[in-house]
Every structure is written in C-alpha cells, then in structure tokens.
Design a protein around this ligand. Structure first.
Ligand code: AHG
Ligand code: MN
Ligand code: MN
Length: 324
C-alpha cells in the first residue's frame, strides 16, 4: 500500500486473489455484494425521507413482521447476485425457498444471506447490517434446497457490512479478514482494516440481559461470570455487536432459553458466516456445546444458540454452559 493510497476493494481482490485458482469467480460475488451494499446504504441514509421506514405489514417465514428495508435489501441483493454471473443459488432470510438463478449450471457459488440484520433498529437510526456466507456449488446437477444445506466449515468466504457511523465492508477467506470503508465521495470501498485479528483482551460481553430469567442454571452462571469480568455492550444488531467485538475484543452470546429452545439466531446466514469471520480472525463460534461450523444443517432457516468472539472467553463460557 503506497503512502496515502488505500487500495480499493477491486484492486485488493485483483492483487490478492488473482493467482488463486481456488477463488476463480469469487471476486465477482464479492463485488456484487459491494455494489448491492452501496445501494442499500443509500436507502439506509435516506430513511424517513426515502419512505423506507416502517413495516410492509407482511410476515416472513420466520414469523417476523417484514420491515420495508428488509424487503428492499432482499430485492437489491437478489438482483446483484443474480446478475453477477457467478452465483447459482441464493438462500435468504426473507425468502422461504432458495432462489435458483438462470443458467445456474454455469455458475460456481451459492450465497446465504441476511440482507438486513438488526431490523428492530432501522426506524431509530441505530447501526444495522447485512451478512453473507459463500459456499462453492456442490455437484453439477439440479440445484435444490438440499444443495444449500452445507456445514459452515465448507464456506469459501464470508462477508458482512455495517451501516453505522461509517459503512464498513468486511470480507474473510481462509487466509485473511480484511475491512474496507465506503468513501462517500468516490463510492469506492477502500482498504482501512488489513488483516483483522480479534484482540487477546476481551473488554466487552454482549447479550440480551432481559432473557436472563429464562436461561437454564448453567447458562445463568456463565452470564454471571461474564458480568464480573467485562463491560456490557449490546446494540441489538448482531452484526454491529460482532464488529465492535472483532475490532476491540469481546464475546457475543444469544443462548437457547426456555422460550427459544433452538436459540434465536439463524445458522445458515447469521451464525455460519460470522463464525467463519471469527475463526479466520483467531476467534471462535459455538452453540454452547459444539462448534457452529461443524453443524450439518437440516433446514434453510433453522436457528441455533450462538456464542461468538474471543476464543479463550468463548471456551470458558462454553465449559460453564456445557459443564465440560
Ligand atoms: P434480524 O433483524 O435479521 O431478524 O436479526 C435480528 C437479530 C440480531 O441482529 C440481534 O442480535 C438479535 O436479533 C436481537 O434480538 P433481541 O431483540 O431478542 O435481543
Ligand atoms: Mn439478522
Ligand atoms: Mn434480517
């Protein structure tokens, strides 16, 4: 990086990925996500002025009220990914069945996405984001829902975007985690956080303390342990809580409780992608009993408990929860 010049995402992908035959066509997927996130960011910024706040009145497959920005983001990313020339199928939080892209036979990747994470924060101008897990398409035949149900340990890359005080785009492969910041003047994402590693220190823990009374005894003990050693920070947007913990050190947990025995967060397009980023940055991701990325998925929208962040503190927390 010459002094003063931060490579753009495109320059970074060209120099870092061009020689790697394993990643052929992956750059087109990442560039498509970047183009889509630029469009979503404009909607996020326009908010009430752009009439994107509030709900559509519809309920999605999750049984949750769909916000206008959920729908706009979903449509935007489906469009740019379908046009990328590299994506065969898309699994999306807002769409019950997978989107099978035209000419899928010629395309190498499958993308599972949470197009707008943190929906409860949209109307109150609090940081929100988008999350993507990228798998290589398996086999040459028909692409069905089962084709997308691959364990997180088969991901080739993961991306998340935070629409916050700045718009940050983070991409992870099995060799590095790199962060880019949107330059609103040029419209480029410029490399601002090369080779992100989660810090050893762990100042923060992030959990919804309102659920404490519903946790089982062992999990309550784990939360008490965290309360005694760390400061509480909880935005209510997974991607924003995770991004802070990734850069400054911290642990995020959304455990199972008696009202949500499977947990609240979704395996395929929240836990797996962020688990991939966490592990590539030296962190860990667990259900409280097993590594997130070893789970063999059974359903596209299945949920999981999630303990995510600083490896040592995740391991300590898991051993208290599981009694291991
Ligand atoms: P989404 O907006 O995609 O449904 O995700 C919201 C998730 C996640 O972002 C956040 O960590 C969690 O919901 C917050 O849940 P609580 O409001 O129950 O704390
Ligand atoms: Mn989400
Ligand atoms: Mn969402």
């Amino acid at each position: 990086m010459t002094l003063g010049h931060c490579p753009t995402l495109k320059e970074f992908l060209t120099t870092s990925w061009s020689g790697n035959g394993q990643l052929t066509g992956l750059d087109a997927v990442v560039i498509a996500i970047a183009n889509g996130s630029r469009q979503v960011q404009e909607h996020v910024q326009s908010a009430a002025l752009g009439d994107v706040l509030g709900s559509t009145g519809e309920t999605n497959v999750q049984g949750e009220i769909v916000q206008r920005l959920d729908e706009i983001s979903s449509n935007t990313f489906v469009q740019v990914l379908s046009d990328s020339g590299s994506v065969a199928a898309i699994g999306c939080e807002e769409i019950e069945k997978p989107v099978i892209v035209d000419n899928f036979e010629d395309h190498s990747y499958m993308v599972l996405m949470d197009p707008l994470d943190g929906s409860s924060n949209i109307d109150v101008a609090v940081s929100i984001g988008s999350i993507f897990g990228i798998w290589r398409k398996t086999g040459d035949g028909e692409v069905t829902e089962d084709s997308l149900l691959r364990p997180g340990n088969e991901q080739v890359a993961a991306v998340y975007v935070v629409y916050g005080s700045s718009t940050v785009f983070v991409v992870a492969t099995n060799s590095a985690v790199s962060g880019f910041t949107l330059d609103s003047k040029s419209g480029d994402f410029s490399l601002t956080h090369p080779d992100i590693r989660i810090p050893e220190e762990c100042p923060y823990y992030s959990t919804n303390e309102g659920n404490f009374k519903s946790l089982d005894d062992a999990t309550q003990q784990a939360v008490l342990n965290l309360r005694n050693a760390h400061s509480q920070r909880y935005v209510g947007s997974l991607v924003a809580d995770f991004h802070r913990n990734l850069l400054k050190g911290g642990i995020f947990l959304y455990p199972a409780d008696k009202n949500r025995q499977e947990g609240r967060l979704r395996l395929m397009y929240e836990a797996n992608p962020l688990g991939f980023v966490a592990e590539q940055a030296g962190g860990a991701a667990s259900t409280g009993y097993r590594r997130i990325m070893d789970i063999m998925p059974e359903k596209l929208h299945q949920r999981t408990p999630l303990i995510l962040g600083n490896k040592d503190v995740v391991e300590q927390t898991v051993s208290i929860i599981s009694g291991g």
